[in-house]
Design a protein around this ligand. Structure first.
Ligand SMILES: [Zn+2]
Length: 177
């Protein structure tokens, strides 16, 4: 009996290998449309709160703070952010964790779920869910239709300031335009 029950949940518990970037992009766009957001910078904290999550900033123990940007506690509906990271990294982490809430709830409740490391490395291959959460964060914070309007007139540094993300995020987002 318990075999049958657990099997029903297997799908999203597993470490998938192929990320669905289209789905991640679509979910980010849908969320922006839902709240009529058409201008940068996008505030991921208000969006997370509008979706029913609390965002809290916490002082982590030094050995943990070095490694972790934040995590989501799905049961408590709470995103916990490391107080010691940069504001840009905070925004990206909130958007990334919000993706797990919207896209990967079952998975994030399972044992496979890991926190968001500061280095963004996962000791080998990055799980599909983590790649999707990064893609969602990228599309949420840097909507490509807004980026297109400014990309030829502003430097990456200026764009980074405008969208409140790191230059890395801008460079990555510009790649596929
Ligand atoms: Zn994650």
């Amino acid at each position: 009996m318990s075999e049958t029950i657990s099997r029903e949940y297997v799908g999203d518990h597993e470490e998938r290998l192929t990320a669905d970037y289209k789905k991640a992009e679509h979910e980010a766009k849908t969320l922006l449309e839902k709240y009529n957001i058409t201008k940068a910078p996008i505030d991921p904290e208000s969006l997370a709160e509008a979706e029913g999550l609390d965002v809290v900033y916490s002082k982590f123990k030094p050995e943990i703070s070095k490694k972790i940007s934040g995590y989501i506690d799905i049961k408590q509906k709470k995103i916990v952010i490391n107080k010691d990271i940069s504001p840009n990294r905070m925004g990206f982490t909130i958007a990334h964790e919000l993706a797990h809430y919207l896209l990967h709830r079952t998975w994030a409740l399972s044992n496979h779920y890991k926190v968001m490391p500061r280095s963004n490395t996962y000791g080998g291959r990055k799980p599909a869910q983590e790649q999707e959460a990064d893609a969602f964060a990228s599309h949420l914070l840097v909507p490509r239709d807004i980026l297109k309007l400014y990309k030829n007139y502003a430097s990456n540094q200026e764009l980074a300031r405008m969208f409140a993300v790191s230059e890395d995020v801008i460079m990555h987002a510009s790649k596929w335009l």
